[in-house]
Design a protein around this ligand. Structure first.
Ligand SMILES: *[C@@H]1O[C@H](CO)[C@@H](O)[C@H](O)[C@H]1NC(C)=O
Length: 211
């Protein structure tokens, strides 16, 4: 009896170890994804950030969840309220739906407190909106911006990255690969299933007349 019990106990220990190890790996993986990094946030001079931006690209889950079939995506930020501690800006995102042939627009609000922004597109929930990179004239107008959002609360965590430019393409001294690499140095790693995807900003598709 004692021998059998011993075997059973040992078996349990082995099973427990496998479960624990397996569980540990799973928990470790989930923990990695469910923990948001804290990238360095540059100072933002809000007026230089306002106006129209072209989306150069965004991450795959955003493309499938909210930007489904959208090309020619632009974002327009305008100031709606300015207070001593917080400001709010209106966000108007527009895109051309290549499936339906129609333009689609969503309007949201971003509240700005120092370097921290929260954006909401009612009736959706508020999302974290972090400007992690800015290039251009801070006293006048930024030319390139990178926005990162991370929600550790969602199953497995959910992160998104957007590259915005004042023109439909990046300046020649910037590259998507360079920006993704910069994000990586800030602790932002995009999962294999959530890689960066370019937005179609083709002049003909978007009805632009680029000289
Ligand atoms: C674009 O149009 C397709 C087909 O009508 C639709 O399923 C999809 O949700 C639309 N995308 C957006 C972002 O509204």
């Amino acid at each position: 009896m004692a021998r059998i019990e011993g075997h059973v106990t040992w078996l349990c220990v082995v099973v427990a170890m496998v479960v624990c190890l397996g569980g540990g790996v799973e928990a470790g993986r989930a923990l990695l994804q469910a923990t948001c990094p804290n990238p360095v946030l540059p100072d933002v001079n809000l007026p230089a950030y306002l106006g129209v931006w072209y989306e150069i690209g965004s991450t795959a889950l955003i493309k499938t969840r909210t930007e489904n079939s959208l090309a020619c995506i632009t974002a327009r930020y305008s100031l709606i309220q300015s207070g001593p501690n917080a400001q709010s800006i209106r966000v108007r995102n527009e895109g051309y739906n290549t499936s339906s042939g129609e333009y689609s627009t969503v309007i949201g609000t971003a509240s700005v407190t120092g370097r921290s922004l929260r954006v909401s597109f009612p009736p959706g929930p508020e999302a974290d909106y972090r400007i992690i990179y800015l290039k251009g004239d801070a006293a006048d107008r930024y030319d390139t911006a990178v926005v990162y959002s991370c929600d550790a609360g969602q199953t497995g965590g959910f992160q998104s990255l957007y590259i915005l430019s004042r023109k439909p393409s990046l300046d020649s001294d910037e590259s998507v690969a360079g920006i993704i690499e910069y994000a990586r140095t800030q602790g932002i790693t995009l999962e294999a299933t959530n890689q960066f995807v370019l937005t179609d900003q083709d002049a003909i598709t978007c009805g632009r007349n680029d000289d």
